[in-house]
Write a protein that binds this ligand. Structure first.
Ligand SMILES: [Zn+2]
Length: 244
């Protein structure tokens, strides 16, 4: 499952500096999932995560030179923690603490081959989350002022969502599991009905309230536990990009 390439190609000219009114709407959409707001492109069937807890193991080999191991590991941990708010616990192993690949762990790696020419790709069958060093090099080359750490966080969060069981892509633009258009003239949705401005990344860096709500449904979290978790999410969800 890969991020739509057309949408991702936009990243080459992106900033996160949306106009202030659009940004506040975006913030509200990140923090709150209104009734009936969950919408997907219908391109997959959500299902429970392959295991609980989900264990991710990060291998820094082959990373672009400007990403330190600590930075990537933090992005993996941020995404795993955020997704676990849906009721599926997760653990991120550092290579230092566990050199050998843990059986059943999802390997988070840098591999052009396994990322299928996209920024990243999740392979649920093989237990992989592969990021493409060549695409990050291209992004850096085309737009050296863009903070590649933001793209890294979004890409990891998106692909990790597939491992948490979200197989369909969201049609809600702000969701980290979204793509913006289907190449046939159909667009993703925003709450005010306006399309995200061209050249501005509207998608969240971490799972939104609707991403988490969908993850709860996929993982059969009892209805009575959902509201509690979502209201907690509302208070704790990070809406600001990480420092790097
Ligand atoms: Zn995807």
């Amino acid at each position: 499952m890969n991020l739509n390439f057309m949408a991702m190609a936009l990243l080459c000219a992106l900033t996160l500096s949306a106009p202030s009114t659009a940004q506040s709407l975006r913030e509200r959409e990140i923090a709150q999932c209104l009734p009936g707001e969950i919408s997907t492109w219908g391109d997959g069937h959500d299902r429970p995560a392959s295991s609980s807890p989900l264990i991710f193991q990060y291998d820094h080999t082959g990373s672009p030179a400007w990403f330190s191991q600590a930075v990537v590991l933090e992005a993996v941990q941020n995404a795993a923690q955020a997704w676990s708010q849906c009721g599926v616990p997760s653990q991120v192993l550092t290579p230092a603490s566990d050199q050998a690949q843990r059986p059943g762990a999802i390997l988070v790696q840098w591999s052009q081959e396994n990322s299928g020419g996209n920024f990243a790709q999740a392979d649920l069958g093989k237990g992989l989350l592969a990021m493409n060093p060549a695409m990050f090099e291209l992004l850096n080359e085309r737009n050296p002022k863009h903070d590649a750490g933001l793209t890294l966080q979004m890409v990891i969060s998106h692909e990790m969502g597939h491992h948490f069981g979200l197989m369909a892509h969201s049609r809600r633009c702000v969701d980290v599991t979204s793509y913006y258009d289907n190449g046939k003239g159909e667009r993703c949705h925003t709450r005010d009905g306006r399309a995200p401005a061209a050249g501005v990344e509207y998608r969240a860096l971490l799972p939104t309230a609707c991403d988490i709500a969908r993850c709860m449904q996929a993982n059969n979290v009892p209805e009575r536990n959902r509201e509690n978790r979502l209201s907690h999410l509302l208070k704790s969800n990070k809406t600001k990009p990480p420092d790097h």
